[in-house]
Design a protein around this ligand. Sequence first.
Ligand code: T6T
Length: 338
Amino acid sequence: MRIRTVTMLGLALITVGACSASATQSPTNAPVVSKAPVTAVPSAPAKAYNLTLIQGVAGDPFYVTMACGAQAEATKEGVNLTVTGGNKWDATVQKPVIDSVTAAHPDGVMVAPDDSKALLAPLKAMSDAGIKVTFVDTKLDDTSFAVSSIATDNLAGGTLAAKTLAGLINDKGTVLVVNVDPGISTTDARVKGFTDEMKNHPNITVLDVQYTHDDPTAATTITTATLAAHPDLAGVFATNVQNAEGVATGLKQASNTTVKTIAFDAGPKQIEDLNAGIVQGLIAQDPYGIGVDGVQQTVLALKGGTTTPTIQTQLAAITKDNVNDPAMQKYLYKASCS
Ligand code: T6T
């Protein structure tokens, strides 16, 4: 069990150690969780299991980095890994991908479902076909058939985003939340953490959450329209890579230097926008670690070991001032594994 909190220019760096269902509250309200050791592996004959990682969407630096971690762990464990994903964030695009993986019948699948309800039937069918299913990043509402669900503490990340943004705007003004779609376990939790925390800031008005369907162009359009409708806009919370990129473009196009922006994730363009001073803080996840844990848990299940139902991976708050710190480098997402 470990938690480390360091305050850096108003942003708290939280590293939350992994896992398990039981959580207590730390002084910062970030859950402190204890990690069950990955030791209970019965001796089993060596087998080159076939695993598949189904990304939430292909090409997103978060999932690219997750695939790098999964591949590194697969190589270490001597198992085969295939990586696949739809070309946009959409349950109707991901469903046929899931169905074709089920038809190919790998031994185990790590999957980030694009919707917490709509993909229950195809993923249950995958599990019923005898394939071990592990949720990485996003999950379904029904996790009963999963080996493990591995994700950032997105609720705590949303809370941290709200506290940080409130500090940056001197606890007053109007703020915009730009989100992907309703019904995604990760981003829903981020918005809940954010809006719940903002109830403690009575002089901040949170506008109705706006959805982009994971399209950066939509995030730009929303930002432009909101600046026109609310010229006093003080802050923005962008809940993931694409929304952060689109919001930054909107602020740049408007030559706006007053709005403060906090975003989830740490893709290469987000780091550029942070360094350029367009975005003030990034709540970065550890997708590489999620990939590693996903393979570990799936292989453990295949070997008949005791898996951990819920694993929470680390997050960190990145600012322009700490982005070059060695400790932050593991939180910066990759455009490719090499
Ligand atoms: O924020 C990540 C991921 O955690 C989320 O579930 C979907 O969006 C990302 O992939 C970033 O674009």
